[in-house]
Design a protein around this ligand. Structure first.
Ligand code: SF4
Length: 243
């Protein structure tokens, strides 16, 4: 119990460090510029305009890894996947599968909570054109690396898209694990255990409008992946039980 409390405190400290981080000058400048110019529909908003912290349940067994905050979504509201269509899609799916307390996510103070689920990103600042540069992925990976150590219950990592998976694989390689990234190719619904170890990795298309509006990712597809994550957690609990 005491250790769980210590993890929570360190996790909160990490999120404060992320919000204060300025390691990527290009991204920091972009976040501030977007916050100053704003979108016409959000002219009355006081944009967040800085790195967006992770969000969720510190005791989570499901860790969702997205890509980066949306310029007028999370960069506006200050909470992951909050305030844009991608978030509407994701949180509705999380609500329907029991991971979220409500289907809507409009603002950081809207009362939404997550249960057994934690949402992070390989890049915590909104990038121009939604495309972080390789060195920005590298810089921000240090935060994710630290975060993983502070989420001791995680059994499933759900990678939203190829870049999320690539970042996670790079992180594991950075921890000294020896494998080829080509052994773990991205495919929607793919499941694998890198080097036969936990956590299990589960792939899902990113809920970007590009994917959801074209039908590449439907609500039932993402719900199926989330249900699969619950099954994996159940199976891992059964195998951890003493014989
Ligand atoms: S992307 Fe990550 S490392 Fe770069 S400035 Fe933002 S929080 Fe810091």
């Amino acid at each position: 119990m005491q250790q769980a409390e210590a993890y929570r405190r360190e996790l909160a400290k990490l999120q404060a460090d992320i919000v204060a981080c300025e390691r990527c000058p290009r991204l920091i400048a972009h976040c501030r510029r977007i916050a100053a110019v704003k979108r016409r529909a959000y002219r009355g908003w006081d944009y967040w305009g800085k790195p967006v912290p992770s969000f969720g349940d510190p005791a989570a067994r499901l860790l969702i890894v997205g890509l980066a905050p949306g310029a007028h979504g999370a960069n506006r509201t200050g909470r992951m996947f909050t305030g844009d269509r991608s978030g509407d899609f994701l949180y509705d799916a999380l609500y329907r599968t029991g991971f979220a307390s409500q289907p809507d996510s409009s603002a950081a103070d809207d009362g939404l909570t997550l249960k057994d689920c934690y949402i992070t990103a390989p890049v915590h600042c909104a990038p121009p054109g939604n495309k972080p540069a390789p060195d920005e992925f590298r810089e921000c990976r240090a935060h994710l690396d630290r975060e993983l150590d502070l989420l001791p219950n995680v059994r499933v990592v759900m990678a939203l898209g190829r870049l999320a998976l690539a970042s996670y694989l790079a992180l594991r390689q950075g921890r000294g694990e020896s494998f080829s990234k080509s052994d773990y190719p991205f495919a929607h619904g793919a499941i694998f255990n890198i080097c036969k170890m936990l956590p299990t990795v589960l792939c899902c298309y990113h809920p970007s409008q590009q994917n959801t509006q074209t039908g590449k990712l439907t609500k039932s597809m993402i719900i199926n992946v989330l249900e699969r994550s619950k099954q994996i957690v159940r199976d891992s609990r059964a195998s951890e039980r003493p014989a």
